[in-house]
Write a protein that binds this ligand. Structure first.
Ligand code: SF4
Length: 492
């Protein structure tokens, strides 16, 4: 089955086809090119004459047809183009909602990955929280509960953003290796089978990159706000190699860190007493241990390769070593898991007392083993179960004193749900906020790491990406490092 979309002018297609996709998940949406067979035909026409905007549209599915038209007045000005696009998207959203009424779309016409960015723009202009929530509902068709949630998250984030200097940078170091591949994951560049052959050449390249970038930061007297070592699974590194990385961190980055220093230890089976002692000695202030679920049957089914007992042992070792903050990730929507399973997992996680809990929605990521086995849209029953689970977890976390502090969306997430980080009072992870809101330059090094250089006036970004696969990373390194250092020198 396909849905065809005809737009006048033709360039409108690129600006609205994402909305059609949320009403017809798992169905191919194609540009109408005349003569093709499709189950649903959608027509959208936009005409501007002076300040008046005329919108007209129809949806026809063979059994029924529905049409609508509307006129708006859009005075000229710097925001006119954005307003025309918003009105056009709202018009199409309302037309499709009337034709496919059984679906709920909590985010309305907001289809981007970072819905809180819009709220921040309004808050920057002096708008109050209640007005921002009302405007999300009126002008973007966001569900009232979701609008309230987005504003709550944005307000929490502003505590971090208020302290983020444009002169500082945050630093990300990516170790793209894992002990095995989880069935839902498309990320790790390599599952480690031969440590010597795969990891060591990559690490030599990474250490060289860290040295060049670290020197450039020192030359400019630029401080590091947050330091984050992620992956993959950074704790897959052997203690001697972690120590090699630590010595560069101590020399170039740690002396100026003003925020937290996080290391991901997503797989608890990669931790042992020696590595935990080293993390504590390096001054790591936050470690992420990610059970995803506390049900052994599910852990086995999704290929995590560790036990529930190993999660609890990792937490015990990290606490005993004096690591001040822990994060634990859970996923809703895992195969075979009901809302009750998720609730039991969260209760066990809460008993471990982490400062942060992150609730992810299972997403079908292209290239993951799970996405290869299951294509198309999520069955409605799976989406409903995941939505109920997410709601219960949100309630439980609130009861336990955790508040949401950052949120983002992913394509193909079950139930259209978001991923949200929760923190106990005083324990917001600044790095996560800075990474989502993109208001401070971020220097990424290592596999699949991204650099984002922020223009402090316009908040526009220049991005640079390191390749994910180690051989491609090593080949690109001299060119990438040169460009990064140039970019750092050009920052204010
Ligand atoms: S441990 Fe994390 S990065 Fe590695 S395969 Fe699993 S989900 Fe992906």
């Amino acid at each position: 089955m396909t849905v065809s979309l005809y737009c006048e002018p033709a360039r409108l297609y690129e600006q609205v086809h994402d909305l059609v996709r949320i009403f017809f998940p798992g169905v191919g949406v194609v540009r109408w090119s005349g003569g093709q067979e499709s189950a649903v035909d959608i027509v959208l026409c936009q005409q501007r004459c002076g300040s008046s905007l005329h919108l007209e549209g129809s949806v026809e599915d063979g059994a029924a047809a529905r049409g609508s038209s509307r006129m708006h007045d859009v005075p000229p000005g710097p925001h006119a183009a954005g307003e025309v696009l918003r009105l056009t998207r709202m018009f199409l959203f309302e037309l499709l909602s009337a034709c496919v009424p059984q679906q709920v779309h909590p985010y309305g016409i907001l289809t981007g990955m970072r819905p809180t960015k819009l709220v921040h723009r309004w808050l920057d202009e002096g708008m109050g929280a209640a007005e921002a929530s009302g405007r999300l509902q009126r002008e973007h068709a966001v569900h009232p509960k979701q609008a309230h949630f987005l504003v709550q998250v944005a307000l929490a984030e502003r505590e971090v953003l208020a302290q983020a200097s444009f002169r500082d940078v945050s630093v990300y170091i990516g170790i793209p290796f894992c002990p095995s591949r989880c069935s839902y994951c498309s990320f790790p560049a390599a599952v480690v089978r031969d440590y010597q052959e795969q990891v060591l050449p990559f690490l030599d390249g990474l250490l060289w990159e860290m040295e060049q970038v670290g020197r450039a930061l020192q030359e400019q007297g630029r401080r590091v706000h947050c330091l984050y070592v992620g992956g993959g699974t950074p704790t897959i590194l052997q203690p001697a190699d972690l120590e090699r990385m630590a010595s560069l961190l101590r020399r170039y980055f740690l002396p100026t860190v003003t925020g937290e220093f996080t290391v991901e230890a997503g797989r608890p089976d990669t931790l042992d007493a020696a590595k935990v002692a080293l993390l504590a000695d390096m001054g790591v202030s936050r470690v992420s241990v990610n059970p995803q679920t506390m049900h052994q049957q599910t852990l086995d089914a999704i290929g995590r390769g560790h036990t529930v007992a190993q999660v609890l042992e990792a937490v015990r070792m990290l606490r005993a070593a004096g690591i001040p903050a822990l994060n634990m990730d859970l996923i809703v929507g895992l195969p075979g898991e009901s809302p009750q399973h998720c609730e039991r997992s969260l209760r066990q996680v809460l008993e471990a007392g982490p400062e942060n809990v992150t609730i992810h929605a299972l997403a079908r990521k292209r290239g993951s083993p799970m996405a290869e086995r299951h294509t198309g849209c999520w069955p409605p029953a799976d989406s409903l179960r995941a939505m109920e689970a997410a709601q219960r977890l949100h309630g439980l976390l609130a009861e336990a004193g955790y508040a949401p502090y950052y949120t983002y969306r992913q394509k193909q997430a079950v139930g259209g749900l978001e991923n949200t980080g929760y923190a106990r009072p005083g324990h917001i992870c600044a790095y996560n906020v800075l990474m989502i809101e993109e208001r401070q330059s971020m220097v990424g090094m290592g596999g699949a790491a991204a650099c984002k250089f922020v223009d402090p006036v316009t908040l526009t970004l220049t991005r640079m990406f390191n390749p994910k696969h180690p051989p491609a990373y090593l080949a690109a390194l001299p060119r990438l490092v040169g460009a990064k250092v140039d970019k750092l020198r050009a920052l204010i």
